[in-house]
Every structure is written in C-alpha cells, then in structure tokens.
Design a protein around this ligand. Sequence first.
Ligand SMILES: Nc1ncnc2c1ncn2[C@@H]1O[C@H](COP(=O)(O)OP(=O)(O)O)[C@@H](O)[C@H]1O
Ligand SMILES: [Mg+2]
Length: 245
Amino acid sequence: MGEILTAIGLVRSYDSDGTAYPALRGVELSIQEGEFVAVMGASGCGKSTLLHLVGGIDRPDAGEIRLRGTRVDTLTEGQAAVMRRTDVGYVFQFFNLIGNLTVADNVELPALMAGFSASDARKRRIELLEELGIAEHADKVPGKLSGGQQQRVAIARALIHGPAVLLADEPTGNLDSVASQEVVDLLKRYHNAGQTILMVTHDARVSSAADRVLQMRDGQIVRETYLDKQRDARSLVSNLVQLEV
Ligand SMILES: Nc1ncnc2c1ncn2[C@@H]1O[C@H](COP(=O)(O)OP(=O)(O)O)[C@@H](O)[C@H]1O
Ligand SMILES: [Mg+2]
C-alpha cells in the first residue's frame, strides 16, 4: 500500500467585496491507499473547498495535488473532466441524483461515461444495487425513495466505475440517525473491501468509522487523530465529541 493522494501547501481564496478571503491557508494531506480519513471542523472552515480541489472540481491558487502520482491541479479543463469521470467518486449531502432518470440509469451513467460497455455497466449496477439493498427500486425515479435510499443510490453511482478515491461531503448531513448509521456502515464495508475514502463530516459518531480524523480550523488542518479500532467504541466517540465544534 502506497500513498494515493497528496496535497502540499494548498491555498484557495475567494473574492468577497474585492477582498481575497482565504478559505484554505496551506493544507497538507497525505492519504494511503485503502485508508478511510474523516475531515471534521466548523461550518465555513474550508472542508468542501478542500474536497472540490482534490476532486478536480476547482483549482487551488497555490500548492500541489497528486492523485496516484499524477498532478491534478495542473490538468486542463478537459483532462480534469476525464479524471473526475475515471478516478473520483463523489457523494454529496443532498444526493444530487438526476430527478428524471431512473435509479438504474443514475447509477449506470458514470460507468458509461468512464468507458464501460452498456452490458458491463448494467451488470455492475445490478451487483451494486443488490449489495446496497435497493435492487427493488431500480426502475423508480429518485424522488420516490427515502433520503437514506437516495444516498445509497448516490454511493452506487460514486463507486460503479471503481474510483481511486471516494470523496464524501457530509454524506449523512441530510439523514436521520438510523439512515446515517446505515450509510456509515456501508462506507465501512467498502472501506474494508479496499476502497480509499476521504469524508467530510461534523458528526463525531460518523467520523468514528474512519482510520484517522483530521480537524480543520480556519482553512488549516490543526489536529490529526489516529483511531484505535480495538478500543471501546463508546470511549472513541466521547473522545471525538471533544473535537466537535
Ligand atoms: N464559491 C464561493 N465563493 C465565495 N466564497 C466561498 C465560495 N465557496 C466557499 N466560500 C467561502 O469559503 C469558506 C469555506 O467554505 P467551505 O469550504 O464551503 O466550508 P465548509 O465546507 O467547511 O463549511 C467559507 O467562508 C465560505 O463562505
Ligand atoms: Mg461544506
């Protein structure tokens, strides 16, 4: 297992009323292949900005990002689009499914865009929906499903093309506690099968699924905690709650 994702000195500022407001002020990141890393921190501290840069949705003003050794921050717009389709899976707080496509089509679409044949996309979609317990909903539109079910569809969509890294931005932020736990358990299951995951959350219970928790404050990573999975889960959570802001 080697390093799969690296960021060095990431800076990203947004213009607000003519003044540059720094959302990221020099973020360093090093994620090993197969690792599950959670990023915690108060609203506005730069968590989503960090994921956008890593996922090739946005560019840093300064710094470098490497995914599987390839510079992401210097890609052309077209190259970044290819990288997003092939190497990255993205799960969002509000699911972001296409409302007028069936669940099956929502999940198959990124596989087709990544170059899978129609029959391979269909086969993998059927497997994933089975694994995620939503096979019976394949022919429905997402709006007919509960939030937890929609997020499972979004996880299937994010994983179907076998991304190097799964990026999840507050994946449980719009779910009740039961559905949240189900989503966390599913992420853990894919992590145990080898999937590298970088997840943003403000919920200590959710972050306790990770191997390592990074605490962000004002555009910087200010603390790193490795979680000992042998320890009692309750003490783990109470330890993490102290990190919540
Ligand atoms: N597109 C944008 N334009 C201007 N300011 C932005 C934009 N996106 C984020 N910001 C600002 O950058 C800071 C970090 O935002 P964000 O990364 O979304 O934080 P988080 O995900 O931790 O809540 C916030 O102050 C936010 O208002
Ligand atoms: Mg955010």
